[in-house]
Design a protein around this ligand. Structure first.
Ligand code: GLN
Length: 279
């Protein structure tokens, strides 16, 4: 809970928008997100806060624009930039080869993991033990994509990550595969469940922008890289993730190489090679 109190003290930067705004106003940077993903984006009352929301506000600032956040289902955020409903999508979005076919991604800003949540008394102790189990995921996420490859597993898809966690608590499913940081938050906030040490995969988050908006891609990349260099990006991360659990996966990614997450080979390799990333 420490990180949440810290986040609350920071206060909210951005307001959710009730009236849809088209991404045509030159002074408004419209961001598509799914505010169900703490600590990257979640609601504090009427406001959407979190690492992505704050970083996007800083980027908008550098661009001389005002940030407007549009909250929607996760599986709609990429379509929102493709159709011009939003200028950017920032929602802890993992770069995958498939997604790179439909949108452009900025340089990655965070390395992340897919982690496994199980009941405290579960016999599941590693990714290999998921064979033949019922696994809950959030629809359209990389957890959903990767869970599909688990041998003989039944995949239950939920529209919100927390709904998958609730199903696990109620004993309806055996495990949840979900991004590491929200996983930690859900485990912290609920009794009777635990996080496995071994990560399921490693991946990278980046901001998605429409293929035909190369100019904005360049501007956002410049702003993002400035924020990293100035230390402002890390300051935002540190507000939401306390240093005792902020390990390699939460550090700003500075290299230019695009992520290759999402390929089958990568997924398998990551599942085999990834070491435990939680303490
Ligand atoms: N990182 C995951 C993905 O990109 C989940 C993101 C989310 O649920 N907001 O699919």
């Amino acid at each position: 809970m420490k990180r949440f109190l810290a986040a609350m003290a920071v206060g909210a930067l951005t307001a959710a928008c009730a009236v849809p705004v088209m991404a045509e106003d030159d002074n408004v940077l419209v961001m598509a997100t799914n505010a169900e993903f703490p600590p990257y984006e979640y609601r504090e009352g009427d406001e959407i806060v979190g690492i992505d929301a704050e970083v996007a506000a800083l980027i908008a600032d550098k661009l001389g624009m005002e940030l407007q956040i549009e909250d929607m289902a996760f599986d709609s955020v990429l379509a929102a930039v493709q159709t011009g409903k939003a200028d950017i999508a920032m929602a802890g979005i993992t770069v995958t080869e498939d997604r790179q076919k439909t949108v452009n991604f900025t340089d990655p800003y965070t390395t992340a993991t897919q982690m496994i949540i199980v009941a405290e008394d579960s016999e599941i102790a590693s990714p290999d033990d998921l064979t033949g189990k019922t696994v809950g995921v959030q629809l359209g996420t990389t957890g959903d994509i990767y869970a599909d490859d688990i041998e003989d597993a039944t995949v239950e898809r939920y529209s919100k990550g927390f709904e998958a966690v609730q199903a696990l608590i109620q004993g309806k499913i055996d495990a949840v595969v979900i991004d590491g940081e929200p996983a930690k938050v859900f485990v912290e906030q609920n009794e009777g469940i635990k996080l496995l040490d071994e990560a399921f995969t490693e991946e990278e988050y980046a901001i998605a922008i429409a293929k035909d908006n190369e100019e904005l891609l360049e501007q956002v990349n410049t702003a993002l890289n400035e924020l990293k260099e100035e230390g402002e990006f890390q300051k935002v991360v540190d507000k939401y993730i306390t240093s005792d659990d902020a390990e390699a996966e939460t550090e700003a990614v500075t290299e230019e190489a695009p992520a290759e997450a999402g390929s089958e080979a990568q997924t398998e390799a990551a599942a085999e090679e990834t070491e435990a990333v939680t303490e």
